[in-house]
Design a protein around this ligand. Sequence first.
Ligand SMILES: Cc1cc2nc3c(=O)[nH]c(=O)nc-3n(C[C@H](O)[C@H](O)[C@H](O)COP(=O)(O)OP(=O)(O)OC[C@H]3O[C@@H](n4cnc5c(N)ncnc54)[C@H](O)[C@@H]3O)c2cc1C
Length: 474
Amino acid sequence: MSKTDYDAVVVGSGPNGLAAAITLQRAGLSVLLMEGRQTIGGGLRSAELTLPGFTHDICSAVHPLAAGSPFFGTLPLQEHGLEYLYPAVAAAHPLDDGSAALLAGSVEDVAAGLGRDEKAYNDLMGPIVRDWPLLAPEILGPLCFPEHPLVLARFGLKGLTASTVLARRFETAAARALLAGMAAHSIQPLSNLATSAFALVLMAMGHVRGWPVPRRGSVAIADALASYFMSMGGKIETGVYVRSLSQLPSSRAVLFDLTPRQLLQLGGHRWSSLYQWQLERYRYGMGVFKIDWALDERIPFTAVGCREAGTVHIGGTLEEIVDGEAMTAAGGYPDRPFVLLAQQSIVDPSRAPQGKHTAWAYCHVPNGSVQDRAEVIERQVERFAPGFRERILARHVFNTAELEEYNPNYVGGDINGGMIDIGQLFTRPALRWSPYRTSEKGMYICSSATPPGGGVHGMCGYHAARRAMKDIFF
Ligand SMILES: Cc1cc2nc3c(=O)[nH]c(=O)nc-3n(C[C@H](O)[C@H](O)[C@H](O)COP(=O)(O)OP(=O)(O)OC[C@H]3O[C@@H](n4cnc5c(N)ncnc54)[C@H](O)[C@@H]3O)c2cc1C
């Protein structure tokens, strides 16, 4: 066999690129990780976006998926500087009457706060949380031969329904709104099949692990992953945007932490006509409009539980969120959009000067939108936290075009690497025996455009690297 520069090259250093590189390097292979920007991390970077001394998460902020990742759980990330900080309340959902539904503590704790829906919540979440150790590896991987088919089927009966249907199990506005806020992480109309799965997974992770933020910012996850990778002899090159396959050093395998759009640009001539056709039909979903604030004080939420919550789902009732998401998916702009808000500094004082705070939020917008949504987002926060606006010292915004310019993986502002609806849930990025293989031998895709999809968990990278190892190396 001819000698190559490396056993494997990974293009892109997001959580999945890092996970793929670590998996290969840990198996004794030599790996080069190439990143287009000057710093590594993809969706895991933090920076002073507003004022000196205020650290903001440029992309991801809250990490139930990282803390609960079966792959990250095998890595010594604490020894490499990662510390998760857990807010007392994982997520809160305020309502107009001044109350809030809270995801905090055990299934029984949350159920007890839901009044007439206590039994319904226990019945819904109890079995999922009990099955979680068996369920997590099944859900966070490709759909092939499940080791626990009955456990998966039990989850599927609930998870594959539309969240608007699952919500009928509840009577109270609070329980229905809590479910809707969780399901809205799917970034698609809540009447779509399988949107319940997003809600159930996020709520289960709230009970099993909590929803932490890393001390110093999300960048701390990338730093810990990179430090571990390099401690095993892995190499990283930054500031090299790969625009042609001819730029790559020689290797036996290449793994792309990129989405189908970039794969087409990069290697179109190399893909089979069927694979090219499949990639061209890959669908991207709604984008996000994102805002970061430097604040003089904590956000003065009326509902006390929201003040202790790392994440706050702002959007009122289930009906309001359902209508808003449907309108956005159809290309419109609701007056009262669903807003996902994080307040990292309430548990991590390193994010802001003493006594000051940071907050991070986004709402969904039509793919490719450049409309400024700062005013409507702030109005929504003010609705549940009167006096919020007076706390703002500075703000920084990203529309979808700016997000895509920052990271070409966010096509049209889609932060999940492509739509995760029922049509692409099991077949992203293309219907193939292994979703991680491209049509070219030795070339793989390892980004969030593969199963299990968006979020910081590294499972796409891990599974893609395992596929490459089985095919090429071992
Ligand atoms: C605003 C926002 C908020 C989010 N919030 C959360 C959250 O709170 N929790 C959560 O779990 N997830 C969140 N996410 C989603 C999460 O960040 C992504 O799902 C995750 O980062 C995807 O990881 P990845 O490794 O597949 O790709 P990415 O993280 O996108 O990394 C891809 C990397 O490849 C590089 N690259 C691209 N093209 C090239 C090229 N041609 N050559 C070389 N390098 C290249 C990019 O610069 C980037 O570093 C959020 C994302 C955004 C944008």
